[in-house]
Write a new protein. Structure first.
Length: 170
C-alpha cells in the first residue's frame, strides 16, 4: 500500500500533468507515466453512455486521444481539490471549464469528480470520471449563445449526448 504522502505526491503529479495538457492541448504525453499497463478508465455519462477503456494504449487512443482532440481545444480542466483516502484511493474534484467568461466575470464551467485507485507502484490502475451531464449540456448551450461553442463539439458531442439524454428520459 502507498502511504498518504505517496498518494498526495501522485495526485500532485496528475494535477501537474493535467495543467500541462491544458496548455498544450495534448492529453496523451503523460499516460505512460501515470497509468498502469492494465488500467481501466471509465467515464459514466449520466446513464446515457458508458465509455470504458482498458489498457494505456486504448486510453491514449480513446479518452485522452480521440475524445479530447475534437472540440475541446479551448477548454481546460483545473482541479479544485484532492481528497486522500485509504487503500490507495483518492478523489479529485475538477472543473469542465469552457472558453470565455460569463457576464458577471465567473467562469463557464461545471464540476466533475474522479475516483482513482493506484497500484502499489503508484500507477493509476482504475479511474472513474463523473460529471453532471445535464448541466454540461446547459453550459454548452450558453457557450453557443455567446458564440464560443466549437462546431465540432456541438456536432460530435453535444447533439449526440442530448439525443441520448432525451431517449433515456422518454
Amino acid at each position: 500500500m502507498l502511504t498518504e504522502q505517496q498518494l498526495r505526491q501522485r495526485a500532485d503529479d496528475l494535477i501537474r500533468f493535467h495543467a500541462e495538457a491544458d496548455k498544450r492541448n495534448e492529453w496523451t504525453f503523460f499516460v505512460d507515466e501515470m497509468y498502469a499497463q492494465n488500467c481501466v478508465y471509465t467515464c459514466e455519462y449520466a446513464g446515457t453512455l458508458l465509455v470504458r477503456s482498458e489498457g494505456i494504449e486504448t486510453i491514449k487512443a480513446t479518452h485522452y486521444g480521440r475524445d479530447m482532440a475534437y472540440g475541446w481545444e479551448d477548454w481546460t480542466f483545473p482541479y479544485k481539490g484532492v481528497y486522500i483516502g485509504s487503500d490507495n484511493k483518492i478523489i479529485t474534484h475538477w472543473m469542465n471549464r469552457g472558453p470565455g467568461k460569463k457576464a458577471d466575470g465567473s467562469f463557464n464551467e461545471t464540476p466533475g469528480v474522479s475516483y482513482i485507485t493506484f497500484d502499489d507502484e503508484g500507477k493509476i490502475c482504475q479511474q472513474l470520471d463523473m460529471f453532471d451531464l445535464a448541466h454540461q449540456m446547459k453550459l454548452c448551450d450558453e457557450l453557443e449563445e455567446q458564440g464560443l461553442l466549437s462546431i465540432h463539439l456541438k456536432e460530435n458531442w453535444v447533439k449526440p449526448m442530448k439525443a441520448k439524454l432525451m431517449t433515456m428520459l422518454s
